[in-house]
Design a protein around this ligand. Sequence first.
Ligand code: ATP
Ligand code: MG
Length: 313
Amino acid sequence: MPLDILTIGEALVEVMRAGVDQPLSRPGPFTGPYPSSAPFIFAVQAARLGMKTAAIGSVGQDAFGDCLLHQLRDDGVSTVGVSQHLDQPTGVAFVAYQADGSRSFVFSLGAGGHIKADMLLPELFDGLRCFHIMGSTLSMSAEVLEVCRQALDMAVAAGALISFDPNLRPELLPPDEARIAFADFIAAADVLLPTEAELLQLSDADNVERAVADLLAARPERLIVVTRGAQGCTVYSADDRVNVPGYKVEEVDPTGAGDGFDAAFLSELLAGKSPTAAARLANACGALAVGAKGPTSGAKSRAEVERFMLSQR
Ligand code: ATP
Ligand code: MG
C-alpha cells in the first residue's frame, strides 16, 4: 500500500545529561540512548497520529541502531528505507541542558550521515502522498544534498505533496549558503514550515509579511505556516492569514517541537482537515513535545493529543 508520508535524513540516538547544568566537558552521568533526530522524531509523531509513514536513513549494525529500529517498529514506522551500515556506528547526539533552557551538543554522525542514492527505493515513492524534508538534513554535506535532490524529483514525479522545514542550523551551513542549497526545495514546496527568523534569513525581504508575500507570489496555491514557539503559529495562504494561538505548557525539553508540529500539521492536512484545524492540532503536538523530556516521549497518539486540547479549553 502506498505511503502517506515519507521523510529522509540523519538517524541518531540521543544521550543526555541526567541533570541540568552538567557540562559535556566534565565527567558525569548520562541517560539514554533515546531514539532521536529531526526526521525520525517527525516520522514517529506522524505514525502515532495514524499515518502510514517511512523514513529513509542509515544506522550502524550495533545496539544503538537496534534501539532506533525497535522504536520505529513499535510505532509502525516502515523501516524498509533504513539501511544498516556495516562499517560505521550509529550516530549519537550527546546533549546537555542548561538551567536557562539552552542546550549544548556533541555530535558523532557516524552511519547517520550515510545517505546514498541506492537508498531511494522506488517502492517508497510509488503513490506517495506527502514528502517532507528538512534543511538540517540538506546541510550535512554536498553529497547528501544531491541525494535529497534526487529524492525530491522522485516525490514530485509521484505527485506527492512537498513539505519543507528550513530547520536552519548555521553551525552546519551558514544562511547565505543554505539559501542556495535550499532553493530547489523552497521552490517545490506546497507547504513551508519556517520560523520567523528562518523566513527572514532565507529571504531578501526585511519583514515577515513581505517574505511571505514573495513566497506566495512564486507559488500561489501553497501554504506557509510560520511557527512562533509558545505563541503558536500563523497560517498564510494566498487569500488568508490566520493566527493560531499556542498551548500553555511548562517547557521541559525543546527538542522535537518543530518536528512534532510538522508531522501533525501534515497528518491533519492529509486527513482532509482545514489548514487552521491542522495548525491547532500541530500546536498541541508542539506543546506536548516541549512538555516532555526525551525526544519522542512527547509525541502522542491522536486520542492523547485531543484529550490534551480539551483539557486546555
Ligand atoms: P525546533 O527547535 O524543534 O526546530 P522550531 O524553532 O523550528 O523548533 P518553534 O516555533 O520553536 O519551532 O516550535 C514549533 C511549534 O511547537 C510552535 O509553533 C508551537 O506550536 C510549539 N511550541 C514550541 N515551543 C513551545 C512552548 N514553549 N510552549 C507551547 N508550544 C510550543
Ligand atoms: Mg525547526
